[in-house]
Ligand binder design. Sequence first.
Ligand code: AMP
Ligand code: ZN
Length: 138
Amino acid sequence: MNGQDCIFCKIIKGEIPANTIYEDGEFKVILDVNPASKGHALILPKEHYADIYEIEEDVAGRAMKLAKKLACHMTNVLSCDGFNLIQNNHEVAGQTVFHFHLHLIPRYVGDKNADLLRYTSETFTPEEMKVICDSLKL
Ligand code: AMP
Ligand code: ZN
């Protein structure tokens, strides 16, 4: 999909309203309409890239730099106790809006989402781990 029917492209163009906390020439940062916690925000590149596979490396790098800045700022303002950065790609990984975005999720001691990232581990034999490791070496 290009950006034509993309809800985030519409937000970036101002066709759909959003609570914007930061904007520059390259990014817009909005509050998530279904926040996992108080302050849950999304970094949106203004250019439409579907996901991590499509986004240009330099843009992804600058998005992460902005995430670092905002995580520090939001932690100061919100007095949260920790922070999750989440970025989903493809439906199987939980992506629902197919315009690259980085979730900024402030975390609070005792918040409702203790299991936000908790997973059941899979088991691999040492041999299987070695095969996986060898196959992934860069
Ligand atoms: P993901 O599941 O990683 O693709 O995340 C998409 C996120 O976008 C979800 O957390 C939604 O709550 C959020 N979202 C969807 N529509 C809007 C909107 N119009 N304004 C703000 N956030 C939105
Ligand atoms: Zn888009």
